[in-house]
Design a binder for this molecule. Structure first.
Ligand code: OXD
Ligand code: MN
Length: 586
């Protein structure tokens, strides 16, 4: 119950519409969690894992047709279709309300409705924002409890008069034919029906902290971004912070928890966040970042002591696993985890594992775990003002074209580099895997408004401050003629981060190319790494002919935003084309 009139009235309305048997206001307490877990163990929606090796860890198996975000069923419902932009699916708000309310009518009969007040961002931060998710899924409550700050304190924040985002969620019948994720940014409202999967159902995450927040951020002068945040401490004890945007399943969690190579004595990486960053211009003109989330909802396959030791150490207790495989000793298992594949595996659908059925763990299987359990969790992660950024990094998964790293010439060129991000698709979203798609700022599935307006908003920061972070672009995924990755990635990405930090401090060299500032092979610290000079040269190469094609494609993509495309981005395309032509003619 609440003394906030607007909240009480909304809950009364959704109760009348959905007709639950019970209404439970979540206080976020330990006892509440124990009660929900006990209920889910009883009805089979959670399975307790090995208490000795994985204390307080559980496995959840979702419906086989409900294992990823559904971008084709995700809508932004603005009064003017142009405000949503061609980057979003659009539905008229009145039509969307009629459709969704029809689905919600009586959908919680026989179920309990959970009311989850939550805060995105640290307690006491002026940048934190509240929300209330109403759901009929106890699994959602258990996950939200890890991913956001839920319960009494969040409710107090709302009752103190702060605005809140409303999110109505029902799993319905988990029917893919009746599944919609609808956003009403003008009403600060989310309606989600028919899916229990993370990004569709944990409404604080992608729906609120990215789609709705990006809309709010535009009108209020800040940025809500699909970025990890990390701190890099050098041997002298100075820590610089960077935020980095990569499309889903490109290794954001691994980079956020990176362990530097042995040869990097005295260097340390601190994790602030692995998926979302809210960026505000400080009074000092610098850009400051907070992580609105409190947990990690990471992709399990490929995670191991080799690829992400900090993550493996985070996962040993108090974690919820979704759609991973199970060993005979009740431990979670996935492709790419350390050790041999055990005999007697049960696959993510609960069947004895048969390779003919595909991988044992779903490629988008996940873990949900509190960020505070991470050994590299930054002491600054809950700083109310956030951390000041020295650099912003964009990246994508490209087998060809993009060099290992380049630095943007200035802010406008940095916005261009972000807007031009492209990546080969992965299993994080439903659809074909391995196709190159444009994913500006890694926000294609998450920007709550027209990309043309979004880029203009990014560019506007260049007029507001001269102390913005430097912007870089990286590509860990370049392949050689035999289809093999040329860069080792993981902990060795530290070598690129070091060059980036040195550039920010004016201590490293670079060569000017039409595409940006690229290190000479000798500028990247490859001490202790088995990488030939030739391979490093190839990783840093920019082929003017390939880039001419690439920039042409970027120009065509930009043009689809018509009159909303900022002229400054068109000017960047023309500048690069001119310079490439000059280079080819020379
Ligand atoms: C995620 C995603 O779940 O980007 O973080 O898909
Ligand atoms: Mn993400």
């Amino acid at each position: 119950m609440t003394k906030n009139q607007a909240l009480a009235q909304w809950i009364a309305e959704v109760t009348a519409l959905t007709q639950p048997d019970n209404v439970h206001w979540c206080d976020g307490s330990e006892q509440e969690n124990e009660l929900l877990v006990a209920r889910m163990l009883e009805d089979g929606s959670l399975i307790r894992l090995n208490e000795e090796t994985h204390p307080n860890c559980f496995l959840h198996r979702s419906a086989p047709s409900d294992v990823a975000r559904v971008e084709h069923l995700t809508f932004v419902c603005t009064r003017d279709k142009e405000d949503a932009g061609s980057n979003n699916n659009w539905m008229d708000p009145t039509a969307a309300h009629t459709l969704m309310d029809g689905l919600y009518a009586g959908c919680m009969r026989g179920r309990t409705m959970y009311v989850i007040p939550y805060l995105m961002g640290p307690y006491g931060s002026p940048y934190s924002r509240a929300g209330v998710e109403v759901t009929d899924s106890p699994y959602v409550v258990a996950n939200m409890r890890v991913m956001a700050r839920i319960g009494t304190q969040a409710l107090a924040h709302i009752e103190a008069g702060n605005s809140f985002v409303k999110g109505l969620h029902s799993i319905g019948q988990l029917d893919p034919e009746n599944r919609y994720i609808a956003h009403f940014p003008e009403e600060l409202l989310i309606k989600s029906f028919g899916s229990g999967y993370g990004g569709n159902a944990l409404l604080g995450k992608k729906c609120h902290a990215l789609r709705i927040a990006s809309w709010q951020a535009r009108s209020e002068g800040w940025l809500a971004e699909h970025m990890l945040i990390l701190g890099i401490e050098d041997p002298a004890g100075n820590t610089s912070y960077v935020a980095a945007a990569f499309p889903s399943a490109c290794g954001k969690t691994n980079l956020a928890m990176l362990v530097p190579p042995d040869s990097f004595k005295g260097w340390k990486v601190w994790t602030v966040g692995d998926d979302i960053a809210w960026l505000h211009l400080g009074e000092d003109g610098r850009l400051w970042a907070i992580n609105p989330e409190a947990g990690f909802f990471g992709v399990a396959p490929g995670t191991s002591l080799k690829t992400n030791p900090n993550c493996m150490r985070t996962l040993g207790r108090d974690a919820i696993y979704t759609n991973v495989a199970l060993t005979p000793s009740m431990e979670p298992w996935w492709e790419g985890i350390d050790g041999e594949k055990p005999a007697g595996l049960i696959d993510w659908q609960g069947r004895p594992h048969d390779p003919a059925n595909g991988p044992a763990a779903h490629p988008n299987s996940r873990f949900t775990v509190a960020a505070s359990q991470c050994p590299s969790y930054s002491p600054q992660a809950n700083a109310p003002q956030g951390v000041p950024l020295s650099a912003i990094i964009f990246g994508g998964r490209r087998s060809t074209v993009a060099p290992l790293v380049f630095e943007a010439l200035d802010w406008a060129h940095g916005v261009f580099a972000g807007a031009a991000v492209a990546s080969e698709t992965t299993a994080a979203a439903v659809g074909q895997v391995g196709q190159v798609r444009r994913d500006p700022m890694a926000m294609k599935p998450f920007c709550g408004y027209n990309f043309g307006d979004y880029w203009a908003h990014w560019l506007s920061f260049g007029e507001r401050s001269s102390k913005l972070p430097k912007v870089f672009h990286v590509n860990w995924f370049r392949k050689d003629g035999d289809g093999k990755f040329m860069w080792p990635g993981y902990g060795d990405n530290m070598r690129v981060l070091k060059w980036i930090i040195e550039r920010c401090e004016g201590r490293a060299e670079a060569r000017r190319t039409p595409v940006g500032l690229v290190p000479h092979a000798g500028d990247v610290d490859v001490s202790g790494l088995d990488l030939t000079h030739q391979t490093l040269e190839a990783l840093l190469a920019i082929d003017p002919e390939i880039w001419q094609r690439e920039v042409g494609e970027i120009g065509e993509f930009f043009a689809t935003y018509g009159s909303r495309l900022p002229a400054q981005l068109r000017a960047q395309v023309e500048r690069i084309q001119r310079e490439l032509e000059r280079q080819l003619a020379a």
